[in-house]
Design a binder for this molecule. Structure first.
Ligand code: PLP
Length: 401
């Protein structure tokens, strides 16, 4: 692979290009920088003042991404993968007698529904299938008809399709009806603005290994201080109690239970890189270029995206598998991997698909190499036309009308 890398010096320090680790075109874990990996080469005591200062710096940097209005919020890191933080948010902020409207258009929305079942919290679901966003007017109607609903849960970027949901209009509908919004911004936070002064919400969650480009090991909940204070005794879980973690951390500077120390030091380095790249705007702009180069190049090869242009996110893109019977996803995957690119299988009910992530330490040059590798792979497979089955496209057009 001859692609120039975003950080060629750093990558070459790891291993010669021939042996270079493949790029992870996956929405987390993702390709991290050399500096982020290097930051993990030291051990830290969790109770030590240095580590406590690092935890505080991390919380402050994350909060600053909310822009104006951040002063009403606090940031609570939580051990575990992103799902642990979603569960912590739902269990801590939805009171036991609350009722949730979950806006679903993919696997992560479904996961929130499943989580509420485990938690025994009453809920209703608006399920839009694979292709379509929940709209503000639909939310307004459901809230008007069901006054028992206290909270709305929205997925910012539904990573299973890559759709960017319209959280602004969802928020306006939620607060016009006097209810509260909780956002799973796992795969968007840090690259797509969610400014507290512009979009109202009570809490959001994200994790270390998505758009901030850290390694996996913890998530974080950013919530209104008034909600944090009111969350006492709501949680069903000792370890996932956001209120308890928050008050302990503010009192002692420490995490309640063993923190993923190395992951935190790597994340702090990732946050500094994020800042150096121009914060949320700079990071988002690079991902957008990645996506535009990827989508234009793949379309030139005949591939088509699941989503209409207006709903494509800069995070991850779903492509239909070609209709050509010579195309076989497992083979395509292996041949792409041999060229240095790990792609992601699709997660759709309706048509065969695969996904390519645009996040991580990659730039538009890498994305051009991804397209070139796909082109070469099609030729190796004997696929002359990457066009999807006509029915798949028709279905999409019908639904988006
Ligand atoms: C990644 C992700 C999660 C969390 O997944 P984990 O595997 O638990 O880290 C939750 N929601 C969305 C939208 C995601 O992209």
């Amino acid at each position: 692979m001859t692609a120039p890398s975003l950080n060629p010096v750093a990558l070459d320090r790891i291993e010669p290009p021939r042996l270079r680790e493949p790029f992870l075109l996956t929405p987390g874990p993702l390709t991290t920088s050399f500096e982020v990996k290097q930051a993990m080469l030291r051990d830290w005591g969790s109770w030590d003042g240095d580590f406590r200062a690092m935890t505080q710096e991390m919380r402050d940097r994350l909060l600053a991404m909310l822009g104006k209005g951040a002063g009403d919020f606090d940031c609570v890191p939580m051990q575990g993968s992103g799902t642990f933080s979603v569960e912590a948010m739902l269990g801590s902020f939805v009171p036991r007698n609350g009722k949730v409207l979950v806006l679903v258009n993919g696997a992560y929305g479904q996961r929130s529904v499943e989580t509420l079942k485990y938690l025994g919290r009453d809920h209703v679901v608006l399920d839009k299938g694979d292709y379509l966003p929940p709209r503000g007017a639909e939310v307004a109607k459901i809230l008007e008809e069901d006054p028992a609903i206290t909270h709305v849960v929205a997925i910012h970027c539904e990573t299973s399709s890559g759709i960017l949901n319209p959280v602004g209009e969802i928020s306006r509908a939620t607060y016009a009806a006097g209810r509260k919004l909780l956002i799973d911004s796992m795969s968007a936070f840090g690259a797509i603005a969610l400014e507290a002064g512009e979009i109202r919400y009570e809490a959001l969650v994200s994790s270390a290994n998505k758009c901030i480009e850290g390694v996996p090991g913890f998530g974080f909940i950013i919530a209104r201080i008034s909600e944090l204070a009111a969350a006492r005794d709501n949680s069903h879980s000792l370890s996932l109690d956001v209120h308890a973690q928050w008050s302990h951390m503010n009192r002692t500077g420490q995490w309640r239970f063993t923190p993923p120390t190395h992951v935190v030091t790597a994340f702090l380095e990732a946050l500094r890189c994020h800042d150096a790249e121009g914060g949320v705007a700079g990071r988002g702009a690079r991902y957008l270029r990645n996506r535009d180069v990827l989508v234009a190049g793949m379309r030139e090869l005949g591939f088509e995206t699941l989503l209409a242009n207006r709903w494509l996110s800069p995070i991850i893109v779903t492509f239909f598998c070609p209709a050509d019977p010579k195309f076989e996803f497992e083979r395509f995957y292996e041949l792409m991997k041999n060229k240095g690119f790990i792609i992601y299988p699709g997660k759709l009910t309706i048509a065969e698909s695969f996904r390519v992530g645009c996040i991580g330490q990659m730039d538009e040059h890498i994305m051009r190499s991804v397209v070139a590798a796909a082109d070469q792979t099609l030729a190796e497979m004997g696929v002359s036309n990457a066009a999807p089955p006509a029915e798949a496209l028709q279905e999409r057009t019908k639904l988006d009308a």
